[in-house]
Design a binder for this molecule. Sequence first.
Ligand code: F6R
Ligand code: ZN
Length: 190
Amino acid sequence: MKPFTTEINTENGFLKNAHNHLQRRLSSMQGQYFDAAAYDALLKKEDTLVYEVYENINMPKVPGELYHGSSIVHPGKVGEEFFMTKGHFHQVLDTAEVYSCVHGHGYMMMETPEGEWAAEELKPGVVLYVPPRWAHRSINVGTNDLITFFVYPGDAGHDYGSIEVKGFRKLLVERGGKPAVIDNPRWAGV
Ligand code: F6R
Ligand code: ZN
C-alpha cells in the first residue's frame, strides 16, 4: 500500500476520496431511543437521516493498519433524547480509538462491560482518547452537525450486540434546555 491523503471538509464533514460512505436513518435505529412513541411518531413523518460516516477501510484488517474517517451526527431529538450513533464495543475489546472534534457540540457516551461509565464533552479542538474495552456513542447536543474525525486499529471490528438489545447504561436527554445524563430505564437489571 502506498501513502495517500484524503481531505476533510470541516463545515460538513465530507471526506473527499473516502472509500466508503455509510448513512443511518431513523428506521435503522428501531428500539434504540427510550421514548418509543416519540420514535414512531417521528418515523411516521419522515425517515430522517440521523448520521453519516465516511471511512477509509480498504486496508487489511490487521492491528498495524489504522482505519480512519469522519462521522457526522445531524442535529435533532427523539422525544427528549438527542440524535446519536448506535454505539458499539470493538469486537477485539482490547483496542482503543481516538476521536477529534472538528465541528459542532456533543458528547461521547462511554461504558465498560464492568459497569463504569463516562460522558466527555466534544467541541472543536477536543481530542478524545477512548481506551480499550470502552463502548462509545457520539451524541449531538447542538443545533449544527457534530463532526468528528476518528482513528482505530484495522483489526478492531464492531460489536453492536448487547447495545442493540438494551442500549447504554446512561442516556443523554434535554432537561430544562440543557443536556442531562439519566439512567436508561431499558437497561437490564435497573
Ligand atoms: C469506529 C468508530 C466510528 C463509528 C461511527 C458510527 O470504530 O467508532 O467510526 O463507527 O461513528 O457509529 P456506529 O458504528 O456506532 O454506528
Ligand atoms: Zn469504535
